[in-house]
Design a binder for this molecule. Structure first.
Ligand code: MG
Length: 202
C-alpha cells in the first residue's frame, strides 16, 4: 500500500505558503508506515519544533490501474475519507531552501492520520465540504469545488506515472488555514457533518 499526496491543490493554501499554483499536479508520497489510524494519538517527533496539521480529503483506490482515462477515473474509487498530512514545517523549509527532497518533512512515521472511510454513493465529489477543529475551534474549512486539480485529473495523472493498486490512498490537498500543533491539542476532522477522525497530540 502506498499513499500519494497532492501539494498546493487549493489556491488559497498556495498563497499562504507564498507559492505559485503548480502547472500540473504536485505529487509526493508517504510510505505505509506513515499511517496513523483514526483515534490513535500522535506523538510529537523530536526532530521538529513546528509540526503543522493539513486536513485533506482522502480517496481509497479499489483496483489496479495504469494510464487511467479521465472518463473512467472515478470507477477506481468507491470510498472517501478524511485525514491529516502532518508536516514538519521547519524541516520542510530547510529542504526547500536547499532544494532537497521532502520525505523527512512529510513522510515520517505517523505523518498520515487516516480516518474512517464512507461510500462515495450519493455524494457530490465536486462539492464536498470538510473542516478541522483544534481544541473545539474550527481552524480549517474546505470544499472540493475549490480544488485546482479535481479527483478525476489527479487519479488519471498519478496513474500515468505510477501503477495504482487496491488500497492505495490519495490525499488530495489541503485548503488554507494550516497551522501548528502542540502537545495536548485535540484535532477532530469532519466531512460534511460526519466526524471522520479524532487525534490527540501527545
Ligand atoms: Mg498536504
Amino acid at each position: 500500500m502506498k499513499i500519494f499526496c497532492i501539494g498546493k491543490n487549493y489556491a488559497e493554501h498556495a498563497k499562504e505558503m507564498n507559492s505559485e499554483v503548480p502547472s500540473k499536479p504536485l505529487v509526493f508520497m508517504k510510505p505505509s508506515t506513515a499511517v496513523l489510524h483514526e483515534d490513535k494519538p500522535f506523538y510529537y517527533p523530536e526532530f521538529s519544533s513546528n509540526i503543522h496539521y493539513e486536513v485533506e480529503v482522502v480517496l481509497k483506490i479499489k483496483k489496479h490501474g495504469r494510464h487511467i482515462d479521465p472518463k473512467f477515473a472515478l470507477e477506481y474509487v468507491d470510498e472517501i475519507g478524511l485525514g491529516i498530512d502532518f508536516t514538519a514545517r521547519d524541516v520542510q523549509a530547510e529542504c526547500k531552501r536547499n532544494g532537497h527532497p521532502w520525505e523527512v518533512a512529510k513522510a515520517f512515521d505517523h505523518s498520515a492520520v487516516i480516518g474512517k472511510f464512507i461510500s462515495k454513493e450519493g455524494k457530490d465529489l465536486d462539492s464536498l465540504e470538510f473542516y478541522l477543529t483544534k481544541n473545539g475551534v474550527t481552524v480549517q474549512r474546505g470544499n472540493t469545488k475549490d480544488l485546482i486539480y479535481n479527483f478525476t485529473t489527479i487519479i488519471s495523472y498519478i496513474s500515468s506515472i505510477f501503477t495504482l493498486k487496491n488500497s492505495d490512498l490519495i490525499m488530495t490537498g489541503t485548503p488554507a488555514g494550516v497551522g501548528p500543533v502542540k502537545i495536548g491539542d485535540h484535532l477532530v476532522g469532519y466531512l460534511g457533518k460526519e466526524k471522520m477522525f479524532e487525534c490527540e497530540v501527545k
